[in-house]
Design a protein around this ligand. Structure first.
Ligand SMILES: *Cc1c(COP(=O)(O)O)cnc(C)c1O
Length: 371
């Protein structure tokens, strides 16, 4: 048997992630692998930490990329912060909030769910009422940018409410980091996780996380051992933490980290605020074009994500056939609906490097031709 090398086809990625990877990032990925304890690699990782602090707008010393995708960042937050028997309020308005509930339960925590309808942001009043009813809750968790529905929740307000009720906060910023305004320190977020393959336009497989002082204190004072050896921050801190000896914990994904470094250098070159503005600008252009095709948004204008455009599939249109033709004839990937929205909604991503004028035009003209 002779299996040839794999060469992926040329695609434009306008789905819910991964997004188009910038050529400079792909080039960084191909640089020679060096040892993960090599002093030059360790120095680069110091830069990754500083660049991530900039991206998250935080001074948290415990800011680093978990060596696994966004879902592992989610688990890192929950397994380290939730102790058995603790009450955790989870706001659920889509798929990813549902996964948070599952995480709490698997940590032996007691989830208290605040449900909001799909396509709506988390209702601050409902969170407030739930915390009044559960004064023993210790943590509040929510998704900033719900990729399953294209909704942006008001992170700052939700964090304020949680703090007034003496709760720590866990925030999912997988789709928000680098795409929309996010200020970890100013908003007081205690624990946050993200992903590399959405608005950072990097390859999938890493999860930037950041933990504030109060979260670190809670982790240090745990009564039970963290159930996951790999994700136990008490151990990981010896590797990434400030003043850490960089003793061996696991082998860092060296080349992927070159890629993340390059992605963050690109973000720094552009400027964080400029990147947020660029996502809005191309979202507005896409929105105008879709309106011309008679395609409507699922989410109210006030709560839309510029980087994830959830739109209704027009009546009588064959969802799968359209997406297949976009892929085969135009090399264009858009996302299908997830969960409650399957078959009803398309999710058009404008994430990171993919948020550009050429992609907007390609998407609009390809949709027009296929419909
Ligand atoms: C994509 C995504 C995740 C999971 O990230 P993976 O890298 O796929 O594991 C979690 N939360 C949200 C909001 C996401 O969009």
């Amino acid at each position: 048997m002779h299996t040839p090398s794999f060469h992926p086809p040329a695609r434009v990625l306008m789905g819910p992630g991964p997004s188009d990877v910038h050529p400079r990032i792909l080039e960084a990925l191909a640089r020679p692998t060096i040892g993960h304890l090599d002093p030059r690699f360790v120095a680069m990782m110091e830069e990754v930490k500083q660049l991530l602090q900039y991206a998250f707008q935080t001074a948290n010393p415990l800011t680093f990329p978990v060596s696994a995708p966004g879902s592992a960042g989610m688990e890192t937050c929950f397994v380290n912060l939730v102790e058995p028997g603790e009450k955790v309020v989870v706001c659920r308005n889509g798929v990813f909030g549902g996964r948070m509930v599952e995480n709490v339960a698997r940590c032996g925590g007691v989830p208290v769910v605040v449900d909001d309808p799909w396509g709506r942001p988390v209702d601050p009043q409902r969170l407030e009422d739930t915390l009044e009813a559960h004064p023993d809750a210790r943590i509040v968790a929510f998704v900033h940018a719900e990729t399953s529905t294209g909704v942006r929740s008001d992170a700052r307000t939700l964090v304020d409410i949680a703090h007034r009720h003496d709760c720590l906060t866990i925030v999912d910023a997988v789709t928000s980091l680098g795409g929309i305004e996010l200020r970890v320190d100013e908003w007081g977020i205690d624990a946050i996780y993200s992903g590399t393959q959405k608005c950072l336009s990097c390859v999938p497989g890493l999860s930037p996380v950041s933990f504030g002082e109060r979260a670190v204190e809670k982790i240090r004072q745990r009564r039970h051992k963290v159930q996951s050896w790999f994700l136990d921050l008490n151990l990981v801190m010896g590797y990434w933490g400030s003043g850490a000896k960089r003793s061996y914990h696991h082998t860092a994904p060296v080349n992927s980290l070159y890629a993340l470094h390059e992605a963050l250098v690109l973000l720094q070159e552009e400027g964080l605020e400029n990147a947020w503005e660029r996502h809005w600008r191309h979202h507005h252009a896409l929105r105008e074009g879709l309106a011309g095709l008679g395609i409507e948004y699922v989410v109210d204008e006030a709560h839309r994500l510029p980087q994830l455009n959830a739109v209704r599939i027009p009546d009588g249109v064959d969802d799968a056939a359209v997406r297949r033709r976009l892929l085969e004839e135009y090399g264009l990937e858009i996302g299908a609906g997830l969960g409650d929205f399957a078959g009803q909604v398309w999710r058009i991503g404008l994430m990171g490097h993919a948020a550009n004028a050429r992609n907007v035009l390609l998407c609009l003209s390809a949709l027009r031709a296929v419909l």
